[in-house]
Design a protein around this ligand. Sequence first.
Ligand SMILES: [Zn+2]
Ligand SMILES: [Zn+2]
Length: 351
Amino acid sequence: MKSYQVIGNGLPLEEVISDKPTPKGKEVLIKTIACGVCHSDVHIHDGYFDVGNDKKMASRLVQPLAMGHEIYGELVETGEDVHGVEIGKKYVVYPWIGCGDCKECENDMEHYCGPFTAQNLGVSVNGGHAEYVLVKDARYLFDAGDTPEELAGSYACRGLTAYSALKKADLKSGQNNLVIIGAGGLGLLALKIAKAAFNIQPIVVDIDDQKLQAAKKAGAREVINSKNEGASEKIIELTNGSAGAVIDFVGSESSVNFGYKLFGFTKGGQYILVGLLGGQFNLQLPLHTFTARTISGTYVGSLKEMGELMELVRSGKIDPVQVESRHISQATDTLRDLKNGDIPGMVCLKH
Ligand SMILES: [Zn+2]
Ligand SMILES: [Zn+2]
């Protein structure tokens, strides 16, 4: 089988020919159809995260590695102990697989399994940049209903991340003070999931008018360019005095500095940090304390949340997001384009 592997930080991916894996026991083999490319692929490939003040934090890179964790493919072979799935059927694969042996894994929180024990597809073991992906159990496979094959895999990372972030924001149906920062692929997915799952039309913020137009078209109640004068005052007006929750899909110094102010002096604001663009943030401690505010980080989502999300997906309630598709041999260029901000929406690689 053919795969495109990371052989060193920032280096072009290498085309590698190797044997097709054979599933044993509970394992299943997926033939990759399409694999979404998300910003964490850029960080994995680069090998670091920007932590501000010109400092970098290394991300753990297993080399060589076929990245790709937004996997959609056809089930082609199963081990002898596999039941309840159909050969020839297409599935989305939950990639945040743990060791199965630690406290987190035993409490159905395997996406929290440690960096040295986790077996995340496309991060710590080979993923969808390979023609075939070995998955250790059929319970990680999800039916995506009528979802376009370019989009389906993205529910396993960006969709799931958005869904889990929305759940952490403690939303009430119809509430009008949810603010989403970042109108890229993840922000757009979050917007559509917010509408479908929580009956909420968020206000969407970005610095790119073209992306904001896409968000408006996708159903944002209002779109705001944070570079414009009076942007935060406008949001405070639209939310009747204060944002209730801000979900930040950018995660940069400027996005947090902008978003954190949107609560004013209102108590109980929830700031959910998702994006990993990087940097640092100075917190005025007394303000944070007396406004009883919460800043939480969120990382992908649990297998249970994946089940909930895929039920919503199959019900057809979430409007599909447009996804550009490219051939897998363009993986290196696609990572570069994504890093440079040259991809307006979402992109996947097809085999
Ligand atoms: Zn574990
Ligand atoms: Zn991802």
